[in-house]
Design a protein around this ligand. Structure first.
Ligand SMILES: O=P(O)(O)OC[C@H]1O[C@](O)(COP(=O)(O)O)[C@@H](O)[C@@H]1O
Ligand SMILES: [Mg+2]
Ligand SMILES: [Mg+2]
Length: 334
């Protein structure tokens, strides 16, 4: 049996052999992974740990917070604030940025996260996850750290990933050298490399979109889905399958595993918002993972990773997955 490669060993190799990541970034990723391990334990306990249900509060986006949204947010902050590699953090669950207090060592990285993605699935025991993105504090910003420092295009991420809490707990990571997956071995208490060089097939016959919003979509999205639904008899000449889990982590995980296209487009329900998903801590990390696996990600018009954010909780339209399908939907917007 081949030797089992732990996340730590994989990262040490990325650092030492390939010189791809500095030691501080390696340690930061390990701390994020440790926090995900703890969140995974809380998720697994469910009702036994009294972690299900609503917390009775709203977040900055006006969404009801679940107990696990708050627990996961606290785990990530606590684990990372004393690690010494961060300047500040930003989260879906916090209105402003969280500057690492002076009593802790200061670092040059910025960590952004959606602590618990797929909140509507917590209480029904369906896969959920944590999404994270790491940026470097911009050069020359030695004025302390501000929200402005977080407003960097996704192309500038130095690490991105997610941890999915499903039948298995799997951490999926990129540091710009392809995508690797690590499965949590609960007996050993460590993440073990289970797939390297993940590749998304260029073509697919599977799409993921919340069909209940169909009447609100824009014409290009409607055209694309109508053509898929027409199946063998339609212009695509093949039958399509549909999946919608309502946890972006789970839908993206399926796409990284067997291909597919995921769409959460702008729609007419809230026309002033560019979309539902958040650019900095949902769309950017997922887009980088998808591109690193040979897929494509756009907002219908532009590459998501090229978008210049203007605010911390900015929203964006998302179309990502198998290259030829994303290219097709994007061309329908031209
Ligand atoms: O319920 P809808 O409208 O289908 O939305 C589902 C989408 O919302 C999200 O749950 C948003 O994430 P949060 O749970 O972190 O708010 C995505 O994971 C998912 O793709
Ligand atoms: Mg989310
Ligand atoms: Mg969330």
């Amino acid at each position: 049996m081949p030797a089992r490669v732990s996340l730590t060993r994989y990262l040490v190799e990325q650092q030492r052999v390939d010189g791809r990541i500095p030691p501080q970034l390696r340690l930061l990723i390990e701390i994020v992974a440790r926090a995900c391990k703890k969140i995974s334990h809380a998720v697994e306990k469910g009702a036994l740990g009294d972690v299900l249900g609503s917390a009775g509060t709203d977040n900055v986006q006006g969404e009801v917070q679940k107990k696990l949204d708050i627990i996961a947010n606290e785990e990530l902050i606590e684990a990372n604030e004393w690690g010494g590699h961060l300047a500040a953090m930003a989260s879906e669950e916090m209105e402003g940025i969280y500057v690492v207090p002076n009593r802790y060592p200061q670092g040059e990285y910025l960590l952004l996260f959606d602590p618990l993605d797929g909140s509507s699935n917590i209480d029904v025991n369906v896969s959920i996850g944590t999404i994270f993105s790491v940026l470097k504090k911009p050069d020359g910003s030695n004025h302390g750290v501000s929200e402005q420092d977080f407003l960097q295009a996704g192309a500038r991420q130095v690490a991105a990933g997610y941890c999915i809490y499903g039948p298995q707990t799997t951490l999926v990571l990129t540091v710009g050298d392809g995508v690797a997956m690590f499965t949590l071995d609960r007996e050993q208490g460590s993440f073990v490399l289970t797939q390297e060089d993940v590749q998304i097939p260029e073509d697919t016959k599977e799409f993921a979109i919340n069909m209940s919003n169909m009447r609100h979509w824009d014409a290009p999205v409607k055209r694309y889905i109508d053509e898929c639904l027409a199946g063998k008899e339609g212009p695509r000449g093949k039958d399509f399958n549909m999946r919608w889990i309502a946890s972006m982590v789970a839908d993206v995980h399926r796409i990284l595993t067997r291909g597919g296209i995921f769409l959460y487009p702008w729609d007419k329900r809230e026309p002033e918002k560019p979309g539902k998903l958040r650019l900095l801590y949902e769309a950017n990390p997922m887009s980088w993972l998808v591109e690193q696996a040979g897929g494509m990600s756009t907002n219908g018009k532009q590459r998501i990773l090229d978008l210049q954010p203007t605010k911390l909780h900015e929203r964006v339209s998302v179309i990502l997955g198998s290259k030829n399908e994303v290219e097709r939907v994007t061309s329908y917007h031209r």
